[in-house]
Write a protein that binds this ligand. Structure first.
Ligand SMILES: [Cu+2]
Length: 133
């Protein structure tokens, strides 16, 4: 009789342990799932980028910056005539940096990642036709 009681007690303990483990695993899965959804939602509204855009003069500067601003979500675009670097502040909820580079390339300017089509490059005035790399 005593032996029987001990056995059923052990079984009960095992059942409780298994139930607790299942609940813990479920809670962990929910928690991890929640975190990953939050991570996806958190896009940077003021993402900063700096990349090279080839060009020559202040006319190039205004074309490059205008092309960058044509993409909605671009908050700031400053191209340096000296360093050929474009500094960008971008709301990544509206656009990504590749879209900006494509818009600049369409205006005739090579970026580090997207190069301008020859027909767009040749549309630039002679003085703005920079040396292509
Ligand atoms: Cu120019």
């Amino acid at each position: 009789m005593r032996d029987y009681d001990l056995k059923s007690n052990n079984n009960l303990l095992l059942t409780i342990k298994t139930t607790i483990m299942r609940k813990l695993i479920l809670a962990t899965v929910f928690l991890l799932g929640g975190f990953s959804i939050q991570a996806q939602d958190k896009l940077n509204k003021n993402a900063k980028y700096e990349f090279e855009v080839n060009g020559n003069c202040d006319m190039c500067q205004s074309r490059i910056q205008k092309a960058a601003f044509s993409v909605s979500g671009v908050k700031s675009a400053t191209w340096s005539i000296e360093t050929h670097k474009l500094n960008l502040i971008l709301n990544e909820e509206k656009a990504n940096v590749l879209e900006v580079k494509k818009a600049i390339a369409k205006a005739g300017y090579d970026t580090d990642e997207v190069k301008a089509a020859s027909e767009n490059y040749s549309k630039l005035p002679g003085c703005c036709q920079y040396d292509r790399k």
